[in-house]
Design a protein around this ligand. Structure first.
Ligand code: HEM
Length: 354
């Protein structure tokens, strides 16, 4: 029988966040029952690790050897098996979507979830919606959307446990909203959107946590497909990789006053400065002053989804739980490999039901 624990327990928060985010994302992308399918959820968590491991290994070798070396890298074989599973899952869901469309054409009423996959099937070209290709695309979306959100949320929880006074401020915001909207995200009152538009202090906290702990030090990055000539004569040769030193920029005192200080209400204050500033400094806005989600027409297309997902989970956690680091422990250090920053997600936090 399920036992409700009211005392402190030690949890591997990264593990729980990854599982939760994998399920939430699969519900939106693939729908039910795929979001409960253990095989799919395993791909959702493991695919990114395999892809990262493959990429880092293959890059040790010169370009001309990649094709040769690839077949000896175990992560490449694991990815191939995951593509096969993705193809099978997508084929079945495509079949069900076709049946629903045909029934609708006959004037029948059909209940069907509004999933990202169905949208992609309706808007993709013939080759894009072919089950293997679509399976590969779903894996690419997994890569973009699970560990990025889990790492950002782990950082937020570490920041909250380090700066505990903000736990109370954010919980107050959640409690205030709950007086009007009811408890966050109950199945009975589908109020996720209303909650997300109201959590302004949490929004600002996300921005500051990302500023201190970005997923990469160089955002955005681009490849020059052709030679670029500037007015002053500077030329960037075709094939060059370009990257913006976003972390250094965000830590420049001319860009953010007192940049080393963890000041979670920075963007809240900027938003409050005027009506025209209100939307500009939201966590989900790509803005020269906040490059966590990139910039321009290749800026992260999942940023609104990511911010909503993080707000929903954080609102629920703040409403129901207390957090702290285990006795004698502090924020774990992030690791760096090239420009990438890896949050240590294997540490434990103490949690208690409020
Ligand atoms: C906190 C979570 C996330 C962070 C920090 C993040 C960050 C980024 C960044 C920095 C880029 C490169 C943008 C650029 O070069 O200008 C990017 C691209 C991308 N992201 Fe996200 N992302 C997150 C979540 C998501 C989610 C949930 C999805 C899917 C729903 C997603 C889908 C994508 C895709 C498809 C691209 C490639 C866009 C392109 O090349 O045109 N991301 N993301």
């Amino acid at each position: 029988m399920y036992e409700l624990r009211l005392d402190w327990i030690e949890v591997n928060i990264g593990h729980h966040l990854r599982s939760l985010i994998a399920r939430m994302t699969a519900k939106t992308f693939m729908g039910n029952p795929t979001c409960r399918d253990p095989e799919w959820l395993k791909i959702a968590v493991d695919f990114s690790l395999n892809l990262a491991s493959y990429n880092f290994t293959v890059k040790i070798f010169p370009n001309w050897m990649h094709g040769l070396v690839a077949r000896f890298i175990p992560a490449r074989h694991r990815m191939s098996r995951q593509y096969d599973i993705a193809e099978r899952v997508v084929r079945e869901l495509t079949h069900q979507h076709d049946l629903a469309k045909r029934a609708r054409l006959k004037g029948e009423e059909v209940e069907e979830e509004d999933t990202l996959l169905n949208w992609m099937l309706d808007h993709g070209s013939q080759s894009e919606i072919e089950p293997f290709q679509m399976g590969v695309r779903q894996c690419a979306l997994i890569f973009a959307s699970i560990h990025t959100v889990a790492a950002t949320m782990s950082n937020m929880l570490y920041d909250l446990c380090t700066n505990r006074e903000w736990l109370e401020v954010l919980r107050e915001e959640v409690e205030e909203i709950s007086k009007e909207l009811g408890p966050p995200i109950q199945n009975t009152n589908n109020n996720a959107h209303a909650w997300c538009t109201r959590l302004d202090k949490l929004d600002s906290f996300i921005v500051e946590s990302q500023r201190h702990h970005p997923l990469s030090l160089l955002i955005p990055q681009r490849l020059a497909h052709q030679e670029i000539k500037f007015k002053d004569g500077m030329t960037i040769p075709a094939g060059s990789q370009l990257a913006f030193a976003s972390y250094e920029y965000s830590m420049d005192p001319l860009v953010n006053g007192n940049p080393q200080e963890f000041d979670p209400m920075r963007s809240y204050r900027k938003r409050m400065a005027g009506l025209d500033q209100w939307d500009l400094h939201k966590a989900s806005m790509a803005h020269p002053g906040n490059l966590a989600f990139g910039y321009g027409n290749q800026g992260c297309p999942g940023r609104r989804f990511a911010v909503s997902e993080m707000k929903i989970i954080m609102a629920c956690l703040l409403y129901e739980f207390e957090f702290k680091f285990p006795e004698g422990r502090t924020r774990p250090k992030s690791h760096h490999l090239n420009q990438f920053c890896f949050t240590n997600q294997s540490v434990t936090l103490m949690m208690k039901k409020l």
